[in-house]
Design a protein around this ligand. Structure first.
Ligand SMILES: [Zn+2]
Length: 262
């Protein structure tokens, strides 16, 4: 008697477990398929040799965690550092996109239209040659651009620009989409980067989603580099943050958001 009621209990419990697992799988499936909770992690200042361990950590993490990132590459300062180049190639192969972050990190807004066009042309050629992709995203260094930048982008077939939502920007031609970063991961004070807490960033991410319908976090390898080495505390904090956001957001690229918005 005892045995059979225990057996019944086991059957009931097992059924409950099976049902719970099915429901959980369904919930995860629904969240994953939900196209509207998009988030982009934009990493600016990818370049040869600088803040190397931090760059390699971010690039390798994107591959290991299967998390697409948006990589802002300083194209004229990229390609000689084999380790950074190979890590970038792997990240691109696993879905990360490449954005043009200037040729030498120049202020585009002070340049003529033809100078800006030349920079875009050169940057696109170098990225195509080194990474085998056609970069159509511009991430202007220091968030600085003007009307001529937009004309130059049109001539060089760039269709998405990403700056920062806090800055005033000139109005855009319809063909060019402006998808700024809406959350900054760290604060720069006393010449040092301080990463915001996981809760603070999560709150900003949610607010951005309510305001803009998407979220884009901007970060730099410098934010994970202190006293000449990788800052493990910042690294751990980022991993916790990304795992938490990954539960309810879908990491993607600006190009994908541009397609979803059109
Ligand atoms: Zn930059």
């Amino acid at each position: 008697m005892w045995f059979s009621s225990r057996k019944r209990l086991t059957v009931v419990l097992s059924s409950l477990i099976v049902i719970s697992v099915l429901l959980a799988a369904l919930a995860v499936g629904v969240l994953r398929d939900s196209p509207e909770r998009y988030i982009v992690l934009r990493v600016d200042d990818i370049q040869d040799y600088a803040f190397r361990d931090a760059q390699l950590f971010l690039l390798n993490y994107s591959v290991e965690a299967d998390l697409e990132m948006s990589l802002g590459i300083i194209s004229g300062m990229f390609g000689e550092d084999q380790q950074v180049l190979e890590a970038t190639r792997s990240a691109v192969r696993s879905g990360s996109e490449v954005g043009i972050h200037g040729w030498n990190h120049e202020d585009l807004a002070v340049l003529s239209m033809s100078e800006q066009r030349d920079i875009l042309f050169q940057a696109k050629s170098r990225i195509r040659q080194l990474l085998g992709v056609d970069a159509t995203l511009l991430i202007p260094p220091m968030f600085s651009f003007n009307e001529d930048t937009i004309s130059a982008m049109q001539e060089e077939s760039c269709n998405v620009i990403s700056t920062c939502a806090d800055y005033d920007e000139p109005s855009l031609e319809a063909e060019i989409k402006n998808i700024p970063a809406t959350v900054e991961l760290s604060v720069l004070s006393d010449n040092a980067w301080h990463m915001k807490s996981v809760n603070e960033v999560t709150a900003e991410v949610e607010r951005s989603f309510e305001l803009y319908g998407y979220t884009a976090i901007v970060t730099h390898p410098q934010e994970f580099f202190t006293d000449g080495k990788l800052n493990q505390k910042a690294v751990d904090s980022l991993i916790i943050l990304l795992e938490k956001l990954g539960e309810t957001f879908h990491f993607t690229t600006f190009e994908n958001i541009a397609r979803a918005l059109s």
